[in-house]
Design a protein around this ligand. Structure first.
Ligand SMILES: Nc1nc2c(ncn2[C@@H]2O[C@H](COP(=O)(O)OP(=O)(O)OP(=O)(O)O)[C@@H](O)[C@H]2O)c(=O)[nH]1
Length: 548
């Protein structure tokens, strides 16, 4: 999360996601409310229409039965039955009445049974042999009168599923009055609720949805689709919820579908409940399609935004990483580094400036390095000059003193003696005088060369002054030093022969001594060697003298 790139991507995605989702959710919410509102209105209207149609249908049938109840055949038969004494007469009248009822019932499609009972509730005649007059009890007449039923209204009762007819049935009971308005009996019509399906289908068409008539216990009595078996009942909890708020839309587990939305309505004429429902997924299919499209669109949008943010982030981060890497090189002392610039924005300008800065740094560095090298060279030269004799290239006198001091100190530590040779060119003044100073210089240079070539790398050769030289042979006794001195003397003798056309004799006198523990400074040692040289001169020159 520390990377700028990640920050840019996160910001871009959040900046896209929040407004998109907020707008999307708002829009979906509105759409959902709109859909719910429309569906509620539609289903409510449907449920009310079905209730109204059901009431009308019951009322029509009631009217039809009332019309039958005033037929003279029925009134006359019932009136006559009250006076018959002979069983034959009664039986005959009953047969005529039954025939009449069968004839009328056959003409009325909604009526399954037509039964006439006398004022005591005894069945006189029926269109069927075994009439189902429902739950009429002995006190039915009293109850009917209490309900003012004789004067007005439809008395429908005993709504239940009938296994014999394979349909839901109920009874409409209409009073039969004599010509002088005396109550003489009732006509009981058993109605087929299934006959209402046509009216229900007409109401439903073309409205999409499912209409179900439920009993008080929630069992299916009639449905607009044949898929629902009559034994099926709606869930008790759902039933209670729907009953509690008739006309209110709610979603629940449907009778045939896993999720439906629907509502209840209660008609006036029958103790049934009208349930209308629609498949939830069908209603919200368009909404779900739109939602899925939106989510897909937002996903694609986020991918595009993330890709663009990644590109922008990389265009910033990659040059920055190059700059960091290049800076690290500089920190490590490598100035030969460049940042590859391909863009002209601020980051590109920064990279350009970095390259310019690096160029400048490198240029300065090179100048400093060159100045350093020159200075070092000069210092080396100065150092060499300060310890070297300019003509012969051997160590000078002051350096000789320093070397002797060091060697004496080392000898004091390791007790391994070193030897010192003091060499002087014999009769050099004469050579100078005869051959001139330039040749004299050449002779001195040639002698120095012999000395330099005759010693080991650990030894030292110095010009002591004029035509005098000193050689220090480290960790060498005086005996061993004699050999080196002899070799030097011999080689210098040959130098004279080789010196151009002069062919002069150049001889050396050499004094030798080695270090002693009492030599606390170079002075004593040099004095001893000088004495040895003196002795060599005195003895006739061109020789070696050793003082132990
Ligand atoms: N050409 C030349 N001569 C020098 C230089 N330095 C000193 N001399 C001369 O070297 C001579 C040294 O002579 P001495 O050592 O005193 O005596 P000598 O002639 O060598 O005699 P002995 O040492 O006794 O054998 C002097 O004449 C100096 O002028 C130099 O750098 N170049």
């Amino acid at each position: 999360m520390k990377s700028i790139k990640n920050k840019i991507i996160t910001f871009s995605v959040i900046a896209t996601l929040i407004p998109s989702l907020a707008l999307g959710l708002l829009s979906f919410r509105q759409n959902e409310e709109l859909v719910s509102h429309n569906v509620t209105r539609e289903l409510r209207a449907l449920a009310r229409n079905v209730s109204r149609e059901l009431d009308l249908w019951v009322n029509e049938n009631d009217q039809a039965i009332r019309a039958i109840s005033v037929s003279s055949l029925i009134i006359n038969s019932l009136s006559a039955m009250q006076h018959y004494t002979a069983a034959n007469d009664a039986e005959k009248t009953e047969q005529v009445l039954a025939h009449f009822l069968r004839s009328v019932q056959a003409k009325l499609g909604s009526i399954l049974e037509l039964t006439v009972a006398d004022a005591t509730g005894r069945v006189i005649a029926s269109s069927v042999s075994d009439p189902d007059i429902g739950d009429l009890s002995k006190d039915w007449l009293q109850r009917l009168q209490q309900d003012n039923w004789l004067m007005e209204g439809v008395w429908a009762s005993s709504l239940h599923w009938n296994a014999q007819y394979q349909t839901a049935i109920f009874n409409i009971i209409v009073p039969i009055l004599s010509y002088d308005d005396a109550f003489i009996g009732t006509i009981i019509a058993t109605l087929n609720l299934g006959a209402f399906r046509d009216s229900m289908d007409d109401t439903l068409n073309p409205t999409p949805g499912e209409v179900v008539l439920l009993s008080q216990t929630g069992h299916v009595l009639l449905s607009s689709t044949t898929d629902i078996p009559p034994s099926m009942a709606i869930d008790e909890a759902v039933l209670q919820k729907l009953k509690a708020k008739p006309g209110e839309l709610m979603s629940f587990t449907g009778l045939t579908q896993p999720k439906v939305i629907g509502l209840f309505d209660v008609p006036k004429m029958l103790p049934v409940t009208v349930l209308v429902e629609r498949d939830y997924n069908e209603i919200y299919a368009a909404w779900i399609r739109l939602r899925n499209f939106f989510l897909g669109f937002v996903s694609v949008l986020i991918i595009i935004v993330a890709a663009v943010a990644l590109y922008i982030g990389r265009s910033i981060v990659i040059p920055l990483e190059s700059l960091i890497g290049a800076t690290r090189h500089i920190v490590d002392g490598d100035l030969n580094v460049r940042v590859d610039v391909k863009q002209s924005d601020e980051v590109g300008q920064l990279a350009n400036m970095f390259n310019l800065m690096t160029d400048k740094l490198q240029q300065n560095h090179e100048e400093i390095m060159a100045a350093n090298a020159a200075m070092r060279q000069q210092n080396q030269m100065l150092e060499a000059l300060s310890v070297t004799d300019s003509m012969t290239g051997l160590l000078n006198r002051s350096k000789l003193d320093a070397v002797l001091t060091d060697e004496l100190a080392r000898f004091g530590r390791n007790k391994r003696p070193f030897s010192v040779l003091m060499i002087d060119v014999d009769h050099f003044k004469t050579l100078n005088d005869n051959l001139g100073h330039i040749v004299g210089d050449e002779i001195l240079i040639a002698v120095a060369k012999v000395l330099a070539n005759s010693i080991r790398s650990v030894d030292f050769a110095a010009r002591y002054g004029g035509d005098e030289f000193v050689v220090i042979l480290t960790e060498t006794t005086a005996d061993a030093a004699i050999k080196t001195a002899e070799r030097i003397r011999m080689q210098v003798a040959e130098v004279g022969n080789k010196l151009k056309e002069h062919k002069i004799a150049i001889t050396l006198s050499i004094g030798i001594s080695h270090s002693l523990l009492e030599d606390k400074s170079p002075t004593l040692l040099l004095a001893r060697v000088d004495n040895a040289l003196y002795e060599a001169k005195k003895a006739g020159r061109n020789r070696i003298h050793v003082i132990f």
